[in-house]
Design a protein around this ligand. Sequence first.
Ligand code: 26Q
Length: 819
Amino acid sequence: MSGYQFNKKQFKQEVTGNVKKLYRRTIEEASPKQVFQAVAYAVKDVIIDEWIATHREYEKQDAKTLYYLSMEFLMGRALGNNIINIRAEKEIREVLDELGFDLNVIEDQESDYALGNGGLGRLAACFLDSLATMGYPAYGCGIRYKYGLFKQKIENGYQVEVPDNWLKDGNPFEVRREEYAALIKFGGNVRVECDGNGRNHFIQENYQSVRAVPYDLPVVGYGNNVVNTLMVWDAEPVNTFNLDAFDKGEYHNAVEQENLAKTIVEVLYPNDNHYAGKELRLKQQYFFISASIQRAVGKYKAKHSDLHKLPEKVVFQLNDTHPTVAIPELMRILIDEEEFSWDDAWAVVTKCCAYTNHTVMAEALEKWPIELFSRLLPRIYQIVEEINRRFVEEVRRTYPGAEDKVRSMSIIYDGQVRMANLAVVGSFSVNGVAALHTEILKKRVLKDFYGMTPWKFNNKTNGITQRRFLLHGNELLADWVTGKIGDEWITDLSHIKKLALYAGDEKCQQEFRNIKYQNKLRLVRYIKENNGIDVDPRSLFDVQVKRLHEYKRQLLNILHIMYLYNMLKDDPDLDMVPRTYIFGAKAAAGYRIAKLTIKLINSVADVINNDPSIKGKIKVVFIEDYRVSNAEWIYAAADLSEQISTASREGSGTSNMKLMLNGALTIGTMDGANVEIVEEAGRENAFIFGMSADEVIAYETNGGYNPMDIFNNDQDIRRVLMQLINGSYAPENPELFRDIYNSLLNTQSTDKADTYFNLKDFRAYDEAQWQVDKAYRDEAWWAKAAILNVANSGKFSSDRTVRQYIDDIWHLDKVEVSL
Ligand code: 26Q
């Protein structure tokens, strides 16, 4: 596999040498943080030659290149992953042992690269891992946010957001690429000049500009010498202000340009699945897109003379609508700078761009007010108008008289620029992220587009990288799997199917249970250290970890816990399997009801965890600051995976896959990729409940349902709801959870109540939970089902997903790199 022989002695020297060079200290005197830096630089030394060799090979083969455009790359920590992928885990662990350090402790010194919110950002990171491991030429293009997603502190049960200053100690792996800086222009006006040949030239004037400087981060393939690049852009002022500007009375403008550069990459917007029409967000989008497209075109031009053939060498994948300005930006470059005709430019753009949709939720769709869009991006807006004018013409030609279709498909409509419509019109491929999700796109959300251009639509069910989420995150299980079936699963997860042979074997079940128990002990220690809560590792670990959102229904989970607690209070001898309910979730800073749900979970936890009368049968733990690094530990320890979104709302979900891979059974609705997970694992090895997507949609088309009927007729549910407003969990302020109560029952406003069908699905959820309880008592059955979940998780590798993108959309050629 790997072309180089790892040299332990040399590595050790490098580490000690680095500590000296960086900190003027001997290795004995170095702090763990300093050792982290020293080790990271030593690892970078190994990577750097492969990195250079990879790009030399790409150049030599003139390979077609993917540019994965994304506002988010939720990479997590780099060191541990890089060490695994250069296949030097064992050796480096030994070296550090000899130096008196524990690799785990050293890895723990690194900040997560939290350049993303949740699923969409982590998906991008998994894709990069798969692309490098499979040997395909690909860049990730994004923003080098100064502050990533906030760190979450829980104070008095409330979420408090703390800035994530992830770069404060410097990032040993990054390389600044000054030489590829680009100029990005905002605002001003467009002057049209007609030349002697009857050609119009569009000149942007009186604009403000910033300099975009790329930083390269290595993306290391697993054992194949391939190192790809995540290119993240930083912003700098164009000319740090000079007397010149001052003299000309442009002092104000110079200061503004300086501020623009400072603010533009300052922070990642913490919204997940929710659109906020902020001007700065659109600036961020255009900033990194213009820089990335300029770079891609520049790189192509260095080797090729005819930009008409750009689609042969370049493909842009748009990760949701956030990078959609790529479409008009590429038009601008081709028309204004390369003198293409409109039709020639459009032909190139629509062969280069492909769009992934991640959500059907209306509140997540990006719609920019025309006023803002045209003021910030005057030339881009003109181009969007022209794209729209021509497209509407085409709709009318195709469907004469069908003004309803014009309304639904128009890019500019009702004072807004609809980015999803622009993305569909400007792309040759439109994909959803799970089979069910793609069907909903075709049948409903993008129905008219599907009717007009059905060939664009395709499904790409999400996946995750087994290298981070099993090999790195769950060493014990990884070693066990390898011991049983060999290590091919690491680069081809379909091999994990062979584990099924062992699912019924008693000894294997015992080994599996033992591993789960060890992983639970690891998490128990983490919880004790971080939450001060004692958790019984023999209890069933019931896990819901994901962003906090009403549609994901953490509320259903906690309401059900309140209900169980009531049962236990009524009958302390209630026969139930002891359970630890584990939550991890960040709420968008401005999402009131989500933040209140966190407070509710913590308040319920406080009461339950401190009530000796229930004999420790339930514990509730809210893990602070859920992020990629602690997620790996949580997945490894989970017995049960909560995937309980309102059917039809979750595009795919990916924590469902990570938990399955780690041997947790799913309790869930038929939503997103759960449908396919159950298909693979067998319905008998999961706990499926609740309304179907069709049922949910049917209710919605008929104006919802009336949760008051349930409130009136189900006294257990009513009791739980009353506890939200009678101070049971907030004695000092009984009104505290009133807004949650209202969201479910809505006694005052005209909004629909219980939009996410929590009460409607409650009884079905409860039944499924009792099936879980019953099943868990049968140790052999549970271990078998858990092993079968692992064995049937092969489909959910991002290697499979990426392969399908390559075959159907990107058409890349594999490259071999030898040293
Ligand atoms: C948009 C405009 C302004 C500010 C923020 C945003 C914004 C930011 C992030 C909108 C959406 C997101 C993130 C969406 C997301 O993570 N979607 C999830 O994508 C996963 C990967 O495909 C799916 O598995 C999940 O189902 C989907 O919810």
